[in-house]
Structure formats: structure tokens, C-alpha cells
Design a protein around this ligand. Structure first.
Ligand code: NAD
Length: 405
């Protein structure tokens, strides 16, 4: 497993030819990483369907890579070996398939696709590409790597139960009420759109995919009865805590000058959304391990916490404090690990780890980073969670649910 410390191959390294599709929030982060890694990467092109975004963001990032609005044209003309795909979730399948058809490896953002069929469609084309990594950055996060290392060493005995949560800062949570994610059809539901990471990490730690899920959650705060004006820029309530101020959204000059035109400053109480604003999920795994997860959109800052209960003690972890602690139930002294962020990139440094693992994959190396099977599994579970929540029932996930079919 290669995750954290990426091995550099000896001798003269050929630069890997990488293109980026989708130059929004996430695409900008990948372009920055590609520019930082310029000794190992040639950024062959950037593609976005909105020409103003391309030009404006390239200017803002001092990026001179060729810019394209046509994906096929970029793939034909620049012949990348790898393509980073950071378009909205509902565009993942067509873009990934086009890249694979051109013989490229893909680094595909999470979730793999908002539907199980979309994931299977991608997998049917995988043989034409050169491999795939999913954007499940938590697998490279120092906290989760440490927890996994402790579990692999049998530190707390047999895994019995996992408790996890994600806290989103209040404006980050609110951004899901106004952007494309607010429609389940675009994202597969809040759990899949935001927490496909967490679904994946729970399975990664448990060592298996769930066989049963249940969930409760609804929209009780961002309700449309509070809507007064469709856009913040039209609204006289200057003291609204959700008033749009550009946070969480990268805008080009045109968009910044006229945010309503692009819908960025849409009121968080908008009528046309069908996502939730709080949710809990229970998972059962085939070995009998159980897990619970809860989602909080109203926190002061981003944080994930985890407690893995084993037969001889428990492990507690916190991504904000970068700490992992072990408490034993057999009288042994507790242990605490204060971890460090390995580099300044996003998600505790794991954005760079993911990107470097993609470069290494293009060099034919293996990494412990998630691939398409993990992407499919996360969408299978995320869709089941949304079904369980909506239909208020336990959803069974037999082994066949995870098959390619
Ligand atoms: N791994 C993570 O931690 C993480 C974090 C944030 C977002 N994401 C994922 O990254 C993806 C992008 O999210 P975002 O917040 O950057 O979205 P965004 O809306 O800010 O950016 C998406 C960009 O893609 C462009 N686009 C849309 N369809 C396209 C197409 N067919 N071809 C070319 N360009 C197209 C849009 O114009 C836009 O500029 C999503 O799948 C999201 O779930 C992952």
C-alpha cells in the first residue's frame, strides 16, 4: 500500500501527461497541484463547458495550459495519459467513459456516479482505459491511515462497532442548499454527494461492505416557507447568516459581477431542492460489525470524528485535532498519537497524496487508493441509504448488489 509516502522512481522521470476536466472548485485545486508537481507532470489541457470560467480561472492561477470547451477535441489534440475528472456528479459517467475510450487513466472525483447504473456503465468501459482512482481522499488522510494501521495490527482486538460523524461548517453545509447538489437527481442525495467518502472509509476500516442499512433524516431548517427572495442579492435582510458572500464558490469575473445570473447567490430556503439538512445512518456488515454515522451541517468548522470499538479497547480519532487515541479495557496504559499534516494541500494533505498516487499509477505503480470497485460499492450504499431514508425501511444489500452485472 503506497498512500502516504509516495515512492519516487529512480533515474530520469518522464513527465506524465495529465489533463483536467471541470474547472470549478475542485478542478482549480487539481490544476494547482499539477502546476506544483510540474517536474513530474505536463498539464496538457484544461476543459470546462463554460468558456468564461476557463479563461478567467486560468488567468487567476497564472496557468498557461491549453484551454478547451470540447472534451473530445482536448483528448484528440493533447493525447493525455491521465485525465482528472472534476465535473458535477451527474456528468461523471459520460466524461469518464470518453476519457477511457481515448485510452486514458482517470482520477475520478467522488461519488463515482449518482446512480449504480452510471457506475456500472463506467466499469464496462474500464478495460479501454489505463486504470482509475477515485477521489476518496480520506484514505490518504494521516488520521485514517493511523486508525487502519492500528486495526491491522489487532490493537483493539476484534472490531465490534464503529461510530462516525461529519461536521460541516455552517456556510459549507448551506452551499449544498443552493448549488447543483440541492437536487437528488444531480448527486444521488446528500449522503452520496458529501459523505461517499465516509461510506467508503467505514467499509475500508470494517474490511467489508455493508449488508444492511437504515437511515433517518429530513429537511427541517432550510424549508421553503422561509423564502422571501430567490437570490441574496435581491434580499433586503442584510443580517441573514446565510447571505451569499462568495464563500465556497469559485467565480469568474462575470459571475462575480452578476451572481444571480449564474444562480450562485440562490437563497438557501429555495423551493426546488429535495435534499436533507440532517441525517443519521446505521450500517450492518456481513461479519456482524455495526456502524453509525451522523451528519451535522451547522458546525463552526469542518471536522470528522471516529470511534472504533474493539473487543480489547477502542480507538478514537479526530481530523480537526489530528489525533488518534487508544484506550484499552484490559488495564494497559492508553496511547495517544499526535499526527502531523504531511503537506499543506486540502483534506489534511491527502489531496496531494491522491494526486501523487495518480502520477505513480501512470508509472505502473500500485497504491492503496480506492479504485472503481470501491466507487461502485460507495454508490450502491449511498443510493440504498437514500432509499432507506425516503421509504423509512431497512434496505438489504446482498453480495449481488455490489457485482458488476
Ligand atoms: N474529493 C473531495 O473531497 C471533493 C471535494 C469537493 C468536490 N468534489 C467533487 O468534485 C466534483 C466537482 O465539484 P465542484 O464543487 O468543483 O463543482 P463545480 O460546479 O464548482 O465545478 C464543476 C465544473 O465543471 C464544469 N462542467 C460541467 N459539466 C461539464 C462537462 N460535461 N465538461 C466539462 N466541464 C463541465 C462546470 O462548468 C464547472 O466549472 C464533484 O463531483 C464533487 O462531488 C470532491
Amino acid at each position: 500500500m503506497q498512500l502516504g509516502n509516495v515512492k519516487k522512481t529512480g533515474g530520469i522521470m518522464n513527465k506524465k501527461r495529465i489533463a483536467v476536466v471541470g474547472f470549478g472548485q475542485r478542478g482549480r485545486a487539481f490544476v494547482t497541484l499539477a502546476m506544483q508537481e510540474r517536474e513530474r507532470v505536463e498539464l496538457t489541457g484544461i476543459c470546462d463547458s463554460v468558456p468564461e470560467r476557463l479563461q478567467s480561472f486560468a488567468r487567476q492561477q497564472h496557468c498557461t495550459a491549453p484551454l478547451y470547451t470540447s472534451l473530445d477535441k482536448m483528448l484528440d489534440e493533447t493525447r493525455p495519459e491521465g485525465v482528472v475528472i472534476s465535473v458535477p456528479d451527474f456528468q461523471h459517467a459520460p466524461v469518464a467513459i470518453a476519457a477511457m475510450e481515448h485510452g486514458c487513466a482517470v482520477l475520478l472525483e467522488k461519488p463515482m456516479a449518482p446512480t449504480v447504473e452510471g457506475c456500472r456503465e463506467i466499469m464496462r468501459h474500464a478495460a479501454k482505459g489505463r486504470g482509475a482512482l477515485l477521489g476518496f481522499v480520506l484514505r490518504g488522510h494521516p488520521v485514517y491511515r493511523k486508525v487502519r494501521e492500528l486495526l491491522d495490527a489487532g490493537t483493539v482486538g476484534q472490531i465490534m462497532n464503529i461510530q462516525a460523524d461529519e461536521e460541516l461548517s455552517v456556510m459549507h453545509g448551506a452551499s449544498y442548499m443552493r448549488r447543483w447538489h440541492r437536487r437528488v437527481a444531480n448527486s444521488g442525495g446528500f449522503m452520496l454527494a458529501k459523505c461517499s467518502h465516509d461510506i467508503d472509509i467505514l467499509s475500508w476500516l470494517a474490511g467489508e461492505d455493508p449488508c444492511r442499512v437504515s437511515s433517518f433524516g429530513s429537511l427541517t431548517f432550510f424549508t421553503p416557507d422561509k423564502l422571501e427572495h430567490e437570490f441574496c442579492s435581491e434580499c433586503p435582510d442584510r443580517n441573514c447568516r446565510f447571505r451569499f458572500s462568495g464563500e465556497m464558490v469559485a467565480m469568474n469575473e462575470q459571475e462575480a459581477a452578476s451572481p444571480s445570473r449564474y444562480g450562485f447567490d440562490r437563497c438557501v430556503y429555495t423551493k426546488d431542492k429535495d435534499v436533507i439538512d440532517h441525517q443519521v445512518v446505521n450500517f450492518e456488515y456481513p461479519s456482524g460489525v455495526t456502524a453509525s454515522f451522523s451528519l451535522d451541517l451547522f458546525a463552526p468548522a469542518a471536522r470528522r470524528r471516529l470511534k472504533v470499538v474493539g473487543s480489547t479497547g477502542y480507538i478514537e480519532a479526530d481530523t480537526r485535532d489530528l489525533t488518534v487515541g487508544v484506550t484499552f479495557s484490559d488495564g494497559r496504559e492508553p496511547r495517544t498519537f499526535a499526527l502531523e499534516q504531511e503537506n499543506p494541500s486540502g483534506h489534511g494533505g491527502s489531496d496531494l497524496t491522491l494526486f501523487r498516487n495518480f502520477i505513480a499509477m501512470l508509472d505502473g505503480e500500485q497504491s492503496g487508493q480506492a479504485g472503481l470497485e470501491a466507487g461502485l460499492a460507495s454508490t450502491v450504499v449511498g443510493v440504498a441509504v437514500e432509499t432507506a431514508r425516503r421509504e423509512k425501511r431497512v434496505v438489504e444489500l446482498p453480495p449481488s448488489a455490489y457485482e458488476l452485472n
